[in-house]
Structure formats: C-alpha cells, structure tokens
Design a protein around this ligand. Structure first.
Ligand code: TYD
Length: 273
C-alpha cells in the first residue's frame, strides 16, 4: 500500500513538499544499539547552533506521561499478544503526536524523535509478522497521517547492535535473531521504497561521519522552512565545531527523552567533538 492510499494521511495534508505546519519533523530509526540516540543528540546540538528555532527532542515509546506508563507495559511487562503490542505502540504514538509533536510543529519547532511509525512497521509487521499494511494503517489512523519530512535510518546488523547494549535486554531486545533480522530488512525495504524521505546510513561509520551526513541532509530542509524569527547560517555546517546548545537557542526534551541514559549526560566521548 502506498501512503497515498491511506485515507487519513491524504486528508491530513501533513506530508509532501509543503506540509501544513511551519516546523520540521525528523525521525531517527534503526535496530537496537544502532546509535540513533547519540546521533539525535548531536543533530539537535548542531541545529541549535545554527538557528534560534526551538528544537524538541523526544522519543517513542514514552514521549508523554501516558506514554511512560505504556512504555513500561510494553517493554518490561508480561508477554503480550503481537496485536496487543501493536495497539500499545499505536496508542503511545497517538498521544505523542497530539500532545507533543503536532503542537511543536505548529509552533515552528524542529522536532527530532527517537523512533516513530516506521519502528512499528519494522518491529510489529516485520519482526512479529503482522501485516505491513495493517500496521501502517493503524499508525496512520493514530497520528492522523503525520509522517516526518526526513527519516534517518542507522542500519546495523542485529549481532553488532545488540552487542553494544549494556543494560539488561528488554522484551523486544530478547525477541531473537530471526526477529531482529526481519526487523532490519523491513526498515531497509521501507527506506528503499521512499528514498525522498529516508537517509540510510551505515551505523558502523564513525560518529563524526554519520553526523556530517545527517547535517548535509538537514541543511536544505532547514533553509526551506518559513521564517520563525531565525535564520540558518550556512557557514556553520561543521558538526565537529558544535559543542552544545548555542547561546539563546532552545532545546526542549520530553520527560522520557530526558530520562534516556544517553541523554542524562553529554554523549560519553564528547571530547571527540
Ligand atoms: P528503547 O529502549 O527505547 O530502545 P532503543 O534505544 O533501541 O530505541 O526501546 C524501544 C523498543 O521498542 C525497541 O526495541 C524498539 C521497540 N519498538 C517497537 O517494537 N515498535 C515501535 O513502534 C516502537 C516505537 C518501538
């Protein structure tokens, strides 16, 4: 099913070259341990250093108070039927979009989310083998058709990604090699089908290289935004020069995103920036 087949998506008018909001919506996707949270933090810092636009960092599941309850249920609760799991992720997403993402985009903010709808299609449709059309349609209904203008895929082999994790594995991380191989393939297939929205990166490249590629893709998107009391300084496209939040810039984190271990402190090897 193509996106234009989704009634809710078409009606919402929130996608395409001229979305119905003045902000920019970017999602970061990938397998567990791909390093997307680190890249999200670095991208947010870079954006804040070149524009005075509000930058909102958030994540799924758990970008709202309700989402944090749902996150505990779905990641650390008892075994769930795959359809129940899909519905919980969709409910988390519905509240996240309504409470955090859409209002921020309407304010003209740049919203960076650690996982979004494509995670459901990859994990619940690919991994759990629920139908891709059904899972996508459910999420489109939950979000009234909201898709990011850019989705960054940090592609990593499951073996390598899971080996990078230090905490005890959650329910999804324990789902097994075959599950994670299907999930990875679903991400790659989805990206290949819509190259205009996706940026696929090999997560084994250096952190600096990855940030540079993400920044290169962000520059034209930021430059195309309607004014929000800020201007993009194209001379500043040097991610290694970014050391944190620029003076006067606003980087806002949703509670769960701020609680993420990667974000409680600056990225571990920040000295390399
Ligand atoms: P999290 O600890 O946030 O993992 P990560 O740091 O890799 O993002 O856990 C989120 C888990 O939930 C992760 O294994 C992917 C899974 N997930 C889904 O299965 N479906 C979804 O729609 C989303 C958003 C996440």
């Amino acid at each position: 099913m193509s996106h234009s087949d989704v009634p809710g998506a078409a009606a919402a008018g929130d996608r395409g070259a001229h979305p119905a909001w003045p902000g920019l919506f970017v999602s970061f996707e990938g397998g567990d341990g791909a390093g997307k949270s680190t890249q999200l933090v670095r991208a947010a810092a870079w954006i804040a250093s070149v524009t005075s636009r509000e930058v909102v960092r958030t994540r799924e599941p758990g970008g709202t108070a309700l989402g944090q309850v749902l996150r505990t249920l779905v990641l650390h609760g008892e075994d769930l039927d795959p359809r129940t799991e899909a519905l919980i992720y969709a409910a988390d997403r519905a509240q996240h979009v309504a409470e955090v993402i859409r209002p921020a985009l309407r304010r003209g903010a740049v919203v960076l989310t650690d996982r979004y709808l494509d995670s459901s299609v990859a994990y619940q449709a690919g991994g759990r083998e629920l139908g891709a059309d059904d899972v996508e349609r459910l999420s489109f209904w939950a979000t009234d058709g909201l898709l990011p203008q850019l989705t960054v895929l940090l592609d990593v082999s499951p073996g390598r990604g899971l080996a990078r994790l230090s905490d005890a594995p959650d329910r999804l991380e324990r789902a097994g090699d075959v599950f994670h191989l299907r999930t990875r393939q679903a991400f790659l297939d989805r990206a290949a089908a819509d190259p205009g929205r996706w940026l696929v990166l090999d997560a084994s490249r250096s952190r600096e290289e990855l940030t540079e590629q993400i920044v290169a893709r962000l520059v034209p998107l930021l430059a195309a935004l309607p004014p929000a009391g800020s201007t993009l300084d194209p001379q500043a496209v040097r991610p290694r020069s970014v050391r944190g939040e620029a003076e006067g810039a606003r980087v806002v984190s949703t509670p769960a995103e701020a609680m993420h271990p990667e974000n409680a402190a600056p990225p571990r090897d920040e000295g390399a920036w």
